[in-house]
Ligand binder design. Structure first.
Ligand code: GAL
Length: 669
């Protein structure tokens, strides 16, 4: 069971199934029961040791490997593979006590107390030294073990230490700026720092954006970039040690890819991951959690250029514990979500965590084995899922079929949208992206959520929503997409600034004005209780603009209000047949769906009954069609082949009972 970059072998035979395993909380008799239950459920991979630093290095340079040796042996005896974690997410108490300078300082200058995890400053040299020492010790001891099949670096980097504003970070930020700009003149120009007389005379005068006093959006965006880079340096430093000791093992870290930007710029990190891995949790307040699952999968898949399968390292069997009110999952929901991740390209499904804790910070978080034990709905669902994943083994390595549409996602744009003073300071970055995704996802139109620097060939539709920051080069590539025959849809707040976070002059949206054949002279944000209506009947909130349609047709105009009669949605057509559509107003999701129906017509996507989502994964020789019935009614869908979860031959029609998933296997035609 070894992995090699050459043959790209997946770390487990078939799909991976398991959890974060934190046995240190339990005595040996529980470990033995764990093994029994893991085998009963079909678990074949666990993430081990994620937060164990304090139990492995019990004092400075003093190690206790006995319990870890034992658990590694036990897993090995039971044939369960190990995704071995570097335990650097949680530094031990003795280290924090000896070096409190490594603790994160927040933007108000408050130093965080020990007591949680990821409380270390990413730029701290003391942390770097100690963390690499434990990584080396761990890799030396376990890197050659047969059942250690991959490395899990730290945990959700950026989750607790996305930004640190301490003096060490300030000095590191200044070094980063010197590298980026070389001269102060270049920095001053990029930051337009002459405004308020803030021109810098010495790099030493530059500070992180501490408190609420630092309002220069260019500085703030650079600090966000720097912060992501500092965390990446920690990841790369750990990866270098691991590769030196165990070059054949894949290295990854668990991302938190969802529909909003994160502290970490994942697309810029993904080239350094041997296997892409994600943690995804649905929110109790989300009216459509299944679409959030789809969105994150559509984003994960597109983080590699060859759309490689990825691994879901964490999600929950039922309720989480970190929301005001934590909804327990409904019957079938965890299995359906898991199989939906597989349909979207995941080749591994793991949970946080194996056994629910009795005490500690996450004692009321669900797990594969709940507090109530084995004879429970949750554990029955875990076993059912294990059986399904075994049945789906042939799917491993196949790729999700080429999507028709692409939605652009960029963390930098998200950072810039959310920070700095704006015409409307209450907009989320991800909301419009999710609305456009939903409009296509509901019609089973395949979508990839891609980066602005990706290759757009293969798509017929490209959506730039809230793409506030865009480089000249990427703007030109996006424009070329429409000019050469694609349908480009640009929504409000896109192309407004350059990569220095400075406004592109001459009318919004500067980067796309020319390709759209339309421009806006002023943004008219709406108040919380204001709404607008268009002559097509479409409605919306939050955002309107005074648009001029120079060389574009008007698809919809305002009715009433200060922009009465002015264009709200325009479309320019090119001789190639391509179109550039400007949606300059904040349409409601229903209106987005209506507009999408007219500008992105279906081309043979099946019109399935009820709430059935369909995705196809393909290998060289076979096609695997997933039907995910999110509704409660039983439905019948057209299809022929072998249904893999029930092992049934299907001719013409397949029944998909309410709330279940069915997968048809057939040769590729
Ligand atoms: C994740 C984290 C896990 C666990 C989980 C609970 O963010 O990586 O360790 O805390 O949340 O939902």
């Amino acid at each position: 069971m070894t992995w090699s970059h050459v043959d790209n072998k997946w770390p487990t035979d078939g799909l991976s199934f398991g959890a974060d395993y934190n046995p240190e909380q339990w005595d040996r008799s529980v470990w033995r029961e764990d093994m029994k239950l893991m085998l009963e459920a079909g678990v074949n991979l666990v993430s081990l040791g994620i937060f164990s630093w304090g139990l492995l290095e019990v004092a400075d340079g003093e190690y206790d490997w006995t319990w870890f040796d034992e658990i590694v042996d036990l897993l090995e005896e039971n044939g369960i593979a190990i995704d071995l974690a570097t335990p650097t997410a949680a530094p031990p108490g003795w280290l924090l006590h000896a070096h409190p300078e490594m603790l994160v300082v927040d933007h108000d200058g408050v130093k965080h107390w020990p007591g949680a995890r990821l409380g270390w400053c990413p730029s701290s040299p003391v942390f770097r030294e100690h963390s690499l020492r434990i990584v080396r010790a761990l890799a030396d001891r376990y890197g050659a073990r047969d059942h250690v099949v991959m490395w899990h670096v730290s945990n959700e980097l950026g989750g607790g230490n996305g930004h640190c504003y301490c003096d060490v970070s300030a000095a590191a930020f200044r070094r980063w700026l010197r590298d980026k700009y070389t001269s102060l003149d270049a920095l001053n120009a990029a930051w337009n720092s002459a405004f308020w007389g803030h021109t810098y005379r010495d790099f030493e005068h530059v500070l992180p954006p501490r408190g609420n006093d630092s309002k220069n959006p260019s500085l703030v965006l650079d600090f966000d970039r720097f912060s992501s880079d500092e965390l990446l340096q920690q990841y790369l430093a750990e990866r270098t040690v691991l590769k030196e000791i165990a070059p054949g093992l894949p290295v990854t870290t668990n991302f938190m890819v969802g529909a909003e930007q994160d502290a970490v710029d994942y697309p810029r990190w993904s080239p350094y991951m041997d296997i892409l891995a994600n943690d995804h949790y649905t929110r109790s307040s989300d009216p459509l959690p299944q679409q959030d699952v789809a969105f994150s999968g559509d984003r994960m898949r597109a983080l590699t250029t060859d759309r490689r399968p990825w691994m879901l390292l964490e999600h929950s069997t039922s309720a989480v514990n970190w929301q005001p009110r934590n909804r327990a999952k409904r019957a079938g929901e965890a299995v359906r979500n898991s199989l939906s991740h597989v349909a979207h390209g995941a080749d591994g499904i793991l949970f946080f965590q194996w056994r629910a804790s009795r005490g500690g910070a996450e004692q009321f978080h669900s797990a594969m084995v709940p507090h109530a034990g084995r004879d429970t709905v949750v554990f029955a669902a875990v076993k059912e899922l294990g059986a399904h994943l075994r049945a789906l083994a042939p799917v491993q390595g196949s790729r999700v079929r080429q999507a028709r549409a692409a939605i652009l996602f960029d963390d930098e744009a998200g950072w810039a949208v959310q920070k700095g003073v704006k015409p409307n300071n209450e907009l989320s970055y991800g909301r419009p992206l999710r609305d456009w995704h939903r409009a296509l996802w509901e019609r089973n139109i395949g979508v990839d959520v891609v980066s602005p620097w990706d290759d757009f060939s293969g798509y017929d539709t490209l959506i730039a929503a809230n793409l506030f920051v865009v480089s000249d080069q990427n703007a030109a590539r996006i424009a070329h997409f429409a000019e050469s025959g694609g349908t480009l849809i640009v929504t409000p707040n896109s192309g407004i600034v350059d990569t220095d976070n400075q406004v592109r002059l001459g009318g919004y949206p500067g980067a796309f004005r020319e390709v759209l054949g339309a421009w806006s002279e002023e943004i008219h944000p709406l108040q919380v209780d204001e709404r607008f209506t268009l002559d097509t009947g479409w409605t919306g909130t939050d955002w309107t603009e005074h648009v001029h349609a120079d060389s574009a047709d008007v698809l919809a105009r305002y009715v009433g209000g200060s922009l009465d009669g002015a264009p709200a949605v325009t479309s320019r057509t090119f001789p190639s047949g391509g179109r550039a559509i400007y949606v300059s107003a904040g349409l409601d999701s229903g209106s987005v769906a209506a507009l999408a129906r007219s500008v992105v017509p279906s081309i043979g996507e099946p019109d399935l009954p009820g709430d059935v989502e369909m995705l196809v994964r393909e290998s060289d020789t076979e096609a695997f069609t997933f039907f995910i019935n999110h509704g409660s009614a039983d439905v019948s869908v057209p299809g022929t082949g072998v249904e893999m979860l029930t092992d049934t031959d299907i001719v013409d029609f397949l029944d998909v009972p309410g709330g279940t998933v069915r997968v048809l296997r057939r040769p590729r035609t």
